[in-house]
Design a protein around this ligand. Structure first.
Ligand SMILES: NC(=O)c1ccc[n+]([C@@H]2O[C@H](COP(=O)([O-])OP(=O)(O)OC[C@H]3O[C@@H](n4cnc5c(N)ncnc54)[C@H](OP(=O)(O)O)[C@@H]3O)[C@@H](O)[C@H]2O)c1
Length: 257
């Protein structure tokens, strides 16, 4: 049985979609009323270890999708409860949606991921770390009045779309040769000025809108922190990942039609 935890979220639903032709897929959700349709469902709440043990029973593969909890201590305790439950019932292997850099750093976004990767390694369970970049959806630039603006300093972004990361996870869950590996998933490098140029619109750098999540992310982009590239996502997909430019062009085409 292939279990997907946090399966009611955006990423989990895409993974379930990719596996929809199989009969051995189980959506593990904290609220069964929010479960995706067409698959078996079990209740598993990261804050309720007993529910996780019951949910993971019989799993040959478990995709542990990270919790959206912001507080690192709480997020770590949720993830460690899931890893302990997986160990208690002896799941066949865990694939974990980690974050780029979590193998070596434990600050900010990587704090909980680093602790979770360590717990998975220490558990002795076969594993695959799926280290995600930031999701492209948060960064797709908007063209307004014939120009594209951003506060990214023209630097590169290695973001990837959830759809490709979901397909890669499905490939890992159903394929061979992925155990004991940590994949650095990065999308094709892109920048806002390049996208503006390809779309034939002007590019203008603007100051950040002010404090908030997007300003915090833009500062990382301007520092060049998102320019790291690895071929892991393309290799696991067996094709190039979708670029932000391609997504923008398909959106423009479908709007024109
Ligand atoms: N790399 C990035 O840029 C990026 C961006 C956003 C998020 N993330 C991470 O990637 C994960 C998946 O992303 P997403 O877009 O699918 O997020 P999402 O749509 O917000 O989904 C989050 C999922 O976590 C579930 N959840 C929340 N608390 C839980 C608990 N106590 N026990 C079990 N499940 C719980 C939610 O269940 P309900 O449906 O019941 O609420 C939902 O299924 C996120 O949770 C977050 O850790 C990464």
């Amino acid at each position: 049985m292939i279990m997907i935890s946090a399966a009611s979220g955006a990423l989990g639903r895409l993974v379930i979609d990719r596996l929809s032709t199989r009969t051995d897929v189980v959506a593990v959700v904290r609220d069964p009323a929010r479960a995706p349709q067409g698959v078996q469902v079990r209740r598993g709440d990261y804050d309720d270890p007993a529910s996780l043990r019951a949910a993971f029973e019989g799993a040959t593969r478990l995709l542990l999708i990270s919790s959206p909890e912001f507080d690192p201590a709480r997020r770590i305790s949720q993830h460690l409860a899931a890893v302990a439950a997986a160990g208690d019932v002896g799941v066949g292997a865990i694939a974990y949606t980690s974050f780029l850099g979590a193998g070596t750093t434990a600050t900010g976004v990587t704090e909980a991921h680093h602790a979770t990767e360590k717990a998975i390694r220490d558990s002795g369970l076969p594993y695959t770390m799926l280290r995600h970049p930031y999701y492209s959806e948060a960064f797709v630039p908007q063209v307004s009045e014939g120009e594209l603006t951003s506060s990214t300093g023209g630097r590169g972004l290695n973001t990837a779309f959830r759809s490709d990361l979901a397909e890669a996870a499905a490939n890992v869950l159903t394929g061979e040769g992925h155990l004991g590996r940590a994949y650095d998933f990065t999308g094709p490098l892109w920048s806002c000025p390049e996208v503006a140029d390809a779309l034939g619109v002007a590019y203008r750098e603007v100051p950040d809108a002010g404090p908030g999540a997007m300003s915090w992310l833009n500062a990382q982009v301007r520092a060049g922190d998102l320019e790291y590239q690895s071929g892991d996502l393309e290799r696991v997909l067996g094709r190039p990942a979708e670029s932000v430019l391609a997504r923008l062009k398909s959106r423009h085409t479908s709007q024109a039609v």
